[in-house]
Design a protein around this ligand. Sequence first.
Ligand code: ATP
Ligand code: MG
Length: 409
Amino acid sequence: MSSLGGPLPPGYDAIVVHHHELGLKGKNREFFEGILLRNLKRALRHTGYKKMRRIFGRIIVDLTPDALAEEAAHRAANLFGVAYVGLGRKVQPDLEMISQIAMGYMLQEPFESFRVRARRTYSSFEGKSQLLHEVLGQRIKDATGGRVDLKHAEATAWIELFANSGIVYRRRIEGPGGLPSGVSGKMICLLSGGIDSPVAAWRMARRGCTVEYLHFHGQPFTDRSSVGQAVEIAQAFTRYHPSIALHLIPLGDIQQEIVMNCPAELRVVLYRRFMMRIAFRLAKQRRAKALITGDALGQVASQTIENITTISAAVPGAQVIRPLIGMTKQEIMDTAKLIGTYEISTRKYQDCCVLFEPRSPAIRATPEEAAEAEATLDVDALVDKALQGLETRLFELGEPPGWELAAEA
Ligand code: ATP
Ligand code: MG
């Protein structure tokens, strides 16, 4: 079969990373690839990669012999902006070498149908892709008895040739697509312990935003279980974007003021207005360009269009993005399962918003009613005080969290 004496033992020495949104051109594309490269370097730390380089619209990662190849490939395939990842071996543009490696992978696990997919980009390989399809197709067929199926093959021998090198792989892992984290600027997501806000954050992060998280806890009136949820979500998200900041702010005192001084039916809307004001102030400090929430129209009493309007009215000039506004609960839950947050979100925790929850919350609060109710409060002082309670922690993929949870209150 090969002049080099049979297939190489299976193994991997390289990863190829393809990105999404190939419509991008020129400078934009360079910027985009540069950020993806930076994110990859962070995500693949400690996996034993040797070097990474951009070449003709893809990134090639060379692995050391002891690298955690599978782990590195999965880490790469989780990153936003990645369309798919191939895990294989580097080759020279030499038919016998390509054939030997492709054969090694194809003999690794049995299949009924297969195909060969070769692509050349400015390659010094002399033959056309068609030559590889024909020669390798025949050799694989002879060696395995597999049937060629171009559309629904169980196994594919992928061959990519570029300049004076190339990569051959069988393992291909799909990525989440979208844009690499960092190309679209920073936003702050109001993260509760619930199902919705992590999905909202994920959708914006997939559009290239650097998302920082802000969680309000009910201390001193609730325990810190909701903080535990937020921490777990932040940690889970490090697999999609490598460094994450989580901000924690106590809302308990403000809630108490509202309960003592304002009409009961407006409580939830007023809590939310304060969350927005605090978030907007934090956004300015952190140079974030927008706020993100997990509201979906009509899902709960506080999410009627009237209440949403009244909540946003507390932060004139703020850009508030609600990526789930038109989604059904089922669609949101499906996404939460897909991105790995559903299980965390459905655990029991003490949500600050159910503190002193009124029996019949207002369904259509107006900005005027809200402002009137807040007239008895020193809004600025309350916001200042809440911000003084800010704690910020950083999370990195594969690293322990940058802090210890405080003892339960
Ligand atoms: P979620 O599932 O995200 O909790 P929800 O459907 O339960 O959303 P609400 O509880 O009304 O809706 O919250 C609406 C939005 O307000 C949340 O998606 C989130 O962005 C924000 N929010 C609510 N509670 C908190 C909190 N404790 N800390 C930070 N943000 C919050
Ligand atoms: Mg909630």
